[in-house]
Design a protein around this ligand. Sequence first.
Ligand code: SIN
Length: 348
Amino acid sequence: MKKFMIGTAATVLILTIVFSIQQGLLFSTTLPYDDEQTGLDTQITIHLSHVVAENTPKGQAATKFAELVEQKTNGQVKVHVYPNASLYNDENEFKALQDGKVEMIIPTYSKMTSYVPDWQVLDLPYLFHTDDEVHEVLTGPIGEQLLDELQPFNVKGLGFWHNGFKQLTAEQPIHTFEDLQGLRIRTMPSKTLEKQFSLAGATPVPISFSEVFTDLETHAIDAQENTASNIYSKGFYKVQKNMTVTNHGILGYSVLMNEKFWEQLSPKIQKQLMEAMKETTEWQFKQAVLLNADDLRKLQQEDDFVIYTMTDKERQRWQEQLAPVYDFYRANVKQPHLLADIQQIIAP
Ligand code: SIN
């Protein structure tokens, strides 16, 4: 009995020592102080929520930004990316950002126009002609000016990212402006975007991006406008038969951070984040163009999906028919001069 008790006590003692070593309770050392070191107690986490797939211009840029932030901060800041509206969708992501439930979101600028009506200038049809023009405007002083308008919302604008030019998909072929008449067309919530379709006698339906596929599939809507990369990555071509390459407008993003969170960061971290942002932006504008060209090629290879490319003459007609959208825009924003400022920068 005595031997048994000694044996049991010895086993318990050995197990306790092994467990303590495993858990770091014995022989633990404190991390030496080093400004560059990733100490657990100084780890900063950014939760970044967005609504598209990972293999899209925004999805890829978010991943690139996360990698660059980790690299530049020597692992001190980690960015966790939540794609595909897995955390928040179009309707609730801005509130989640303001409430500090996530630190970063990347909404399209069109979806921000109910807060910042002046951003509708970016939704004007046929304003931009090339991706380079979009880059020049959004990464220059006008971009800065647009981001400054976020101040009343306790949100820090880090910059703008690009997706590309929008095309139309529909059940039936769309060649003329008149072909839009009577269709229920999904658009992002922006008065200017809605106006462009109501002018054509269509009904604009502003619904969340995550609902578009199902609404097309169930014929709750007849058509939608989007970039080739979003059309391909979300499989809209599987539930629509036709696409028209209209290049009638642009789709892009504002990269937003909770302002309180931003202000709590040290100047050194803020600088590193801005460097990561700048590098990602330069990379992503080029990458977005490549990805859209690639996804357009993939769409062209789909058997039951017909792609029609507008002629210059047809485009000219659409442009004339959409001209009243510009009057609507001017009457509905505080700084209509932004349009002339942009037009001055870009080629006619
Ligand atoms: C996005 O690219 O974030 C979504 C675009 C859309 O809502 O159509």
